[in-house]
Every structure is written in structure tokens, then in C-alpha cells.
Design a protein. Structure first.
Length: 184
């Protein structure tokens, strides 16, 4: 088992998927759901950097900032909004939230380098706030019986995300029913 100073990759994707439930474009939904989940994971590409851990160009550096989240969200949105027939700014907002959630989740782990959320405005780092132990998983199949991090994430992140998605779906169902009653 490897130990990574972050939330698990699976949890980042689940939270990105949950955030994406807020706005759903009309067509090619796979082109929406895939980037939403992937962007929540993407800031960790910095693990392949040769820079030192905690350096601005290293892991938990620039790719975990809000500026990076905004930049990558706008880039991906500008490439996908037309085929999705979606609003560019709504799409950018959702993709921004999905990407920015990565740094927040990493800051909620107990361990690892804090995150420079507000770089370049300040070099101050934030993190090691929360109840989630650092990941004890790499890319193996997740098993909550063996992973204390995954058990914690199931409780603190997966369940609330599931409740959030369920509440959105119920709200949409109620709104559709009320709308259909009003129009008849």
C-alpha cells in the first residue's frame, strides 16, 4: 500500500461528479460528466513534477490554487460549451468548483503540505484542518475494509455528496411535477 498526502482519487472524482449535478446541459452529457469528474482529480498531475514536494511547481503547489482552477475550468469550458449547447459561464463555474474542490479536500486531510489557495495574491498556505486521514491507497481497487482513509471519506464526503445529489434530484422531480400541474 502506498501513502499519499491527499484524499483518494476516487473521492475527488465523486465530489466533482456531485458538483456537476448542479447544472446539466442539454446534450452530449458524457462530454460534461467526464470533465467534471476528471477536473476534480486533475490538480494531482503535479505529482509527476520534478520540483520538490510543497514547492510552488511541486505537488500541492500551483495546480491546487484557485487561479489554476479558474484557468483550467475556463479552458475546458471554452472547448466544450458549443457541443454541449451550454452556457459558457455556467459551465466555467461548475468546472471551477469541481477543480477547486480538489485543493479543499486535500486541505481537509490530516497531513501533507498545506495548500496555497490564494496564490499569487499571497504565499500563505492553508490546510491540515479536517477529519480525513491521508490516503492509504494508490491506484489499487478501493476496499473500505482495508483503508481507514476510504472509510473516513465514505462518511465525510461520499455520504454528504450522495445526500446532496439525492436532494437535487428530488427538488427537480418536485419542480417538474409542479410545472406539469401548472401547465395542464
Amino acid at each position: 500500500m502506498s501513502v499519499n498526502p491527499m484524499a483518494t482519487t476516487y473521492t475527488h472524482a465523486v465530489v466533482g461528479f456531485g458538483i456537476a449535478q448542479i447544472y446539466t446541459p442539454g446534450r452530449l452529457r458524457w462530454l460534461y460528466w467526464t470533465p467534471a469528474a476528471f477536473l476534480a482529480i486533475f490538480p494531482d498531475y503535479d505529482v509527476f513534477s520534478s520540483a520538490a514536494y510543497g514547492a510552488l511547481m511541486g505537488h500541492r503547489g500551483i495546480t491546487h490554487t484557485l487561479v489554476f482552477a479558474l484557468w483550467i475550468a475556463f479552458l475546458v469550458s471554452s472547448l466544450t460549451f458549443r457541443p454541449l449547447k451550454a452556457n459558457l459561464w455556467a459551465l466555467t463555474g461548475i468546472f471551477f468548483l469541481a477543480t477547486a474542490s480538489h485543493g479543499l479536500l486535500d486541505a481537509l486531510t490530516r497531513g501533507g503540505m498545506p495548500i496555497p489557495f490564494f496564490w499569487p495574491l499571497t504565499d500563505e498556505r492553508f490546510g491540515n484542518w479536517g477529519p480525513i486521514p491521508v490516503s492509504d491507497l494508490g491506484f489499487e481497487v478501493p476496499d473500505p475494509r482495508r483503508s481507514r482513509a476510504l472509510r473516513s471519506e465514505l462518511f465525510w464526503l461520499w455520504m454528504p455528496t450522495g445526500f446532496f445529489i439525492g436532494a437535487l434530484w428530488i427538488g427537480r422531480l418536485i419542480r417538474r411535477r409542479l410545472h406539469s400541474q401548472v401547465s395542464t
